[in-house]
Ligand binder design. Structure first.
Ligand code: SIN
Length: 535
């Protein structure tokens, strides 16, 4: 007998995730009854709040959406969707103006104009920042205040999405669970997942503990397609002092003159790439990783920034000071750490997933903007642009709230399918999730090969058993199998045993446990072009 139905709360729209993308979607959902679910306080949730570097946007002198698009495409190593890239870089300035109108305070120069910083793989200064290096916090504050003012948005805190209800092939709501194990059902015909990334599934990460890929698991269990899960970006300069998560030393430090050096003070990026320390992130991470593998520690030397360091980078200065490190006078030890997920729930240009009634935005979504390697500071911009698009699309397509009978049947199916396991102890799930972190770090880190990936899959099976429905285990398995499927190197996915005959121009798709390649029309056109030009 299925356990009794939890309390059911009806809504027009349920948005899961209190970061920038989720709040933006809520604010654009018109006059609908929105429930905004968040496991942590809204505006202090996930990675948005921690973002240091900023928001890339084509608003500065000499810049244009076209130029921003070119840099994005170049960094993405051939896998970004050109139409999506142009849409986001063109729509970005409008969304930034909107945020300014809501009261966001970005840093300005002495004449009061917006100040733009430089980061890796940007061809000019394009990155807005706030309070020096606390951009995510300022953006989150601005949106959280707007959400609090909005009468149609109800915030429900302390709830984690455990599963999606599906009735007649469309999403009918969300089952949530609190830390004390109590469940609720939020019944709605429109559900938005803005649950963030999965960096915390890796042993070394800059991401907070809640970034464990839960949104990917619930979407996939409901039948949604996921794409390019193997594309995990490693940030080169996480502080290497054993902290978990590893504090970030923003790329903007290098934009202002900091240099990566070895123990003898020799620049490690010299002669590797024309952009030197500001090469794309995948390139820099790879160089640092290989130095570390050879036993050569790497440091970020921020002394060239001089006396501006403390004023321009107060967050970095303070996090170093708390560890008795002084970035103004000594090189700081750094190492790559899992930072951002380019893959995710496959969505269209409005953030719609492949199952009716489900949208996704922010890091949990795979929009096609980032390809194989995200351009620095494009993620907050994507969260603003797609958050707004999703909210507007949801508002335009509203369907009736699912009927009680549909909710009851959908709940029973979740329990019978073993997706919701009432009474399962949380401690066991945490133990398993902790084991996953070591397996992924060793098996699908900065460099991968088939033998390591297969070994990681075996270890994963040993950890949790074949039948396990622990979200972290499911997601880890799909990442490993996707990495096996992509046999060539692209961007952040570096196969040391790459197949030279494989051009890598495809998406790796996961659906209902099956993993396969899909070549989109624009990819096929690129392949034909490569064949003709030899490039
Ligand atoms: C950074 O500040 O280096 C991180 C920014 C980003 O991940 O885009």
């Amino acid at each position: 007998m299925a356990p009794s139905l939890p309390e059911v709360v009806p809504a027009d729209v349920v948005i899961v995730g209190g970061g920038v993308a989720g709040m933006m979607a809520a604010l654009h959902a018109g006059r609908r009854r929105v429930v905004l679910l968040s496991d942590r306080p809204v505006g202090r949730s996930g990675s948005s709040f921690l973002a240091q570097g900023g928001i890339a946007v084509a608003l500065g002198p000499g810049d244009s959406p076209e130029r921003h698009a070119l840099d994005t495409l170049e960094a993405a190593d051939g896998l970004a969707d050109p139409a999506v890239v142009h849409m986001v870089t063109s729509e970005g300035p409008r969304r930034i103006r909107e945020i300014l109108a809501l009261g966001a305070r970005f840093d300005r120069d002495d004449s009061g104009r917006l100040a733009f910083g430089r980061e890796g793989a940007h061809s000019l200064r394009r990155v807005l920042h706030a309070n020096g290096d606390a951009t995510g916090a300022e953006l989150s504050r601005t949106l959280a205040e707007a959400v609090a003012r909005s009468e149609n948005i109800r915030i429900v805190q302390g709830h984690r999405a455990e599963a999606l209800l599906v009735a007649d092939g469309r999403v009918a709501g969300v089952v949530t669970v609190t830390t004390d194990g109590s469940r609720r059902i939020f019944a709605a015909s429109s559900v938005v997942l803005a649950t963030g990334g999965l960096g915390h599934l890796f042993q070394r990460t800059t991401n907070p503990p809640e970034a464990r890929g839960s949104g990917l698991a619930v979407a996939a269990w409901a039948g949604a397609e996921l794409a390019d899960l193997e594309m995990v970006q490693f940030h080169p300069t996480a502080l290497a002092d054993g902290s978990d998560p590893a504090p970030l030393l923003t790329e903007a430090l290098r934009g202002e003159g900091a240099v990566l050096v070895d123990g003898e003070g020799r620049p490690v990026m010299a002669g590797v790439h024309p952009a030197g320390d500001l090469a794309p992130r995948d390139v820099v991470s790879r160089v640092l990783w290989r130095c570390l593998q050879e036993g050569r520690p790497v440091y970020l030397d921020a002394r060239p920034i001089g006396e501006r360091l403390q004023r321009r980078f107060p967050t970095v200065h303070e996090l170093c000071r708390r560890r008795d490190l002084d970035a103004g006078t000594q090189p700081i030890p750094v190492a790559p750490a899992a930072h951002y997920h380019m893959g995710g729930i496959m969505v269209d240009e409005h953030g719609k997933s492949t199952i009716p009634g489900l949208w996704a935005c922010g890091e949990v979504a795979c929009t096609g903007l980032h390809g194989a390697n995200r351009l620095a500071s494009n993620s907050l911009l994507e969260a603003l642009v797609y958050g707004a698009r999703v909210g507007e699309d949801v508002a335009a397509r509203l369907a009736a709230v699912p009927r009680p009978g549909e909710v009851r049947v959908a709940w029973r199916e979740l329990v019978e399918g073993g997706i919701v396991v009432p009474g399962a102890p949380q401690g066991e799930r945490d133990r398993v999730a902790e084991g996953v972190r070591g397996i992924l770090w060793r098996g699908v880190g900065v460099e991968r090969d088939a033998a390591g990936l297969r070994h990681a899959l075996d270890s994963l099976e040993g950890l949790a058993g074949k039948e396990s429905r622990v979200a972290e285990v499911s997601v880890a398995g799909w990442i490993l199998r996707s990495a096996l499927e992509r046999r060539s190197s692209r961007g952040a996915h570096l196969r040391t045993d790459a197949d030279p005959a494989d051009d890598g121009l495809y998406r790796v798709v996961v659906r209902r446990g099956r993993v396969w390649r899909r070549r989109l029309a624009w990819m096929a056109a690129r392949t034909a072009e490569r064949a003709q030009t030899g490039r």
